[in-house]
Design a protein around this ligand. Structure first.
Ligand SMILES: O=C(CO)COP(=O)(O)O
Length: 141
């Protein structure tokens, strides 16, 4: 599955702890992240991650583009609700797209734990059905 990992600055510690604790699960998936989050995770865990731009420079939008193509299966976005962000519209747009495409989205570590455990148990396999259906509709299969 394609998993996006994003954390605002004050939540990066949470993200590093989270990805360290669950790296045995995450390593079996394709990981994507905004620039600085991806770097911190890679430095702490050695996990392979495709890094997009930093959030304020368009990284949220790049991840949003994958969501809009229904290519992203899970979004773990540990956001900071107490600090205003210069790219707030991008953040809102990404969250909105997750709702448009019914993408499991965690906006904090507690919800992230529920999603990652569900992923481990295979409870998100329905995403494969979405991919297969999409391929069929586009004539790729
Ligand atoms: O700002 C972000 C998400 O909105 C995160 O960006 P960075 O991972 O580059 O810090």
């Amino acid at each position: 599955m394609n998993i996006a990992l994003i954390a605002h600055d004050r939540k990066k510690k949470d993200m590093v702890q989270f990805t360290t604790a669950y790296q045995h699960i995450l390593k079996n998936h394709s990981l994507f992240a905004t620039g600085t989050t991806g770097l911190k995770i890679h430095e702490a865990t050695g996990l392979d991650i495709h890094r997009f731009q930093s959030g304020p420079l368009g990284g949220d939008q790049q991840i949003g583009a994958m969501v809009a193509k229904n290519d992203m299966d899970v979004v773990l976005f540990f956001r900071d609700p107490l600090t205003s962000q210069p790219h707030e519209p991008d953040i809102i747009a990404l969250i909105r797209l997750c709702d448009v495409y019914q993408i499991p989205l965690a906006t904090n570590m507690a919800a992230g734990e529920i999603i990652i455990r569900a992923l481990e148990k295979g409870e998100l396999q329905w995403r494969e059905i979405v991919h297969q259906k999409r391929k069929k509709e586009s004539g790729l299969e």
